[in-house]
Design a protein. Structure first.
Length: 402
């Protein structure tokens, strides 16, 4: 089954004067057609603050990854403290013995400062050196798993955005995890968001193994890497406030190719739907133009060399009964995503403002409004773990929000 998309607007009818609308684009990933070859680069902080249980758990996490790899997967390990070191060069798992890999992991020790930037650059280079994968197996799924508990004293979050852009353009996703109280939240968030992966906070050293294992296992279920939406608005139509709502609430910076806006998607993973939300400014109809249905934007999903298309359409009318029709769920989804993104950044005040607006429009008894208020209060009283959890919409096995 190939990936599919569907679109929805909060208002199917608008007045001739035009208005601002909210749109959802749902992406169904389809099913995996062939086995996936994984190229995994572990990028592990070994600075002095990682000593003790953290470095021990990092060793155990790397060892756990070894047990999840198939013969045709590739693995590399880069560590970073004051400098970056590649302790295991990119190697086909079937060409290594487990003892050889474990010996590399056992060498991990903690000491020195934190040069995360060089570590990521080293991990990126290790994956880019793998130009010899089997073309018949399709494009490999490439991941950098960054683990850090400290701050890079030489580089600002903006620097990490630049390197994450380079990583992303190479077809590599970054999964970034911060542990402890000393790491720079903005840096970890920038890495995961910019390179179309995810960012997370680990509360305890014991969570490292789960972080490594979950990412490597999920990579096995990728249906299509480097997927993207192409949104071509009609003349006079404007796009704004674009977010990825699923799998993690993240603000999107649009790329433009001529008149087409590009929304880069995380790799499509089997059984995990994705959702993009945005606002669309529909212009007033031109003088002499007839009322009726108008296409505001053409939408195309490109994934795995295949395409799926849909349109975002609205009908202009002066019928007050039709103008009253409202798909409240679409607007709530956008507002909820904005709130979750702000909470992920720790911007509680901005989230509270959005919750107040939701309450005024939809009423405090609305389930989504009540949940947004509850999450905002939890983040206000909590810390980094609560911020990270707030960015996720939890669904059951059928994709229904819990």
């Amino acid at each position: 089954m190939v990936p599919e998309i569907s679109t929805a607007l909060n208002r199917p009818y608008i007045p001739s004067s035009g208005t601002k609308l909210t749109a959802n684009i749902d992406v169904s990933p389809g099913k995996k057609q062939t086995a996936v070859e994984r190229h995994i680069a572990l990028c592990i902080d070994t600075s002095g603050s990682m000593s003790g249980e953290k470095i021990e758990r990092a060793r155990e996490g790397a060892s756990w990854v070894f047990g999840l790899l198939e013969a045709d997967d590739y693995i590399s390990i880069t560590t970073f403290d004051s400098d970056a070191e590649r302790v295991l060069g990119p190697s086909r798992w079937g060409d290594l013995t487990r003892d050889e890999a474990i010996a590399c992991v056992e060498e991990l020790t903690a000491g020195g400062k934190t040069d995360m930037y060089e570590g990521i650059e080293n991990a990126k280079n290790s994956l880019e050196s793998l130009k010899f994968y089997d073309e018949t197996a399709g494009t490999p799924v490439r991941r950098i798993l960054v683990l850090s508990d400290g701050k890079d004293k030489e580089h600002e979050p903006a620097d990490f955005r630049d390197i994450a852009v380079d990583v992303d353009e190479s077809g590599i996703r970054i999964e970034a995890a911060g542990i402890g109280a000393e790491y720079n939240e903005e840096t970890i968030r920038t890495l995961g968001t910019t390179a179309r992966g995810e960012w997370t906070h680990l509360e305890a050293a014991g969570d490292i193994e789960d972080f490594f294992g979950d990412v490597v296992e999920q990579a096995k279920d990728v249906v299509a890497p480097d997927a993207r939406l192409e949104v071509t608005p009609a003349p006079g139509v404007e796009l704004s406030d674009v977010y990825r709502a699923l799998p993690q609430a993240q603000e999107v910076e649009l790329d433009w190719e001529a008149e087409t806006a590009i929304v880069k998607l995380p790799d499509l993973t089997e059984r995990e739907s994705q959702e993009v939300v945005m606002q669309i400014h529909a212009p007033a109809i031109e003088e002499g133009q007839e009322l009726g249905e108008v296409v505001l934007a053409e939408v195309t999903l490109t994934a795995r060399g295949e395409e799926a298309s849909d349109t975002i359409s609205v009908s202009y009318t002066e019928d007050n009964e039709k103008l009253a029709v409202n798909n409240e769920d679409v607007q709530l989804s956008h507002q909820q995503t904005v709130i979750k993104t702000e909470l992920g950044k720790g911007n509680v005040e901005a989230a509270e403002t959005q919750v107040e607006k939701m309450t005024q429009i939809h009423g405090k008894e609305t389930e989504v409004v009540a949940e947004a208020k509850r999450e905002t209060e939890i983040v206000k009283e909590g810390g980094r773990a609560e911020q990270n959890r707030a960015t996720k919409i939890v669904t059951d096995d059928d994709g229904v929000q819990k």
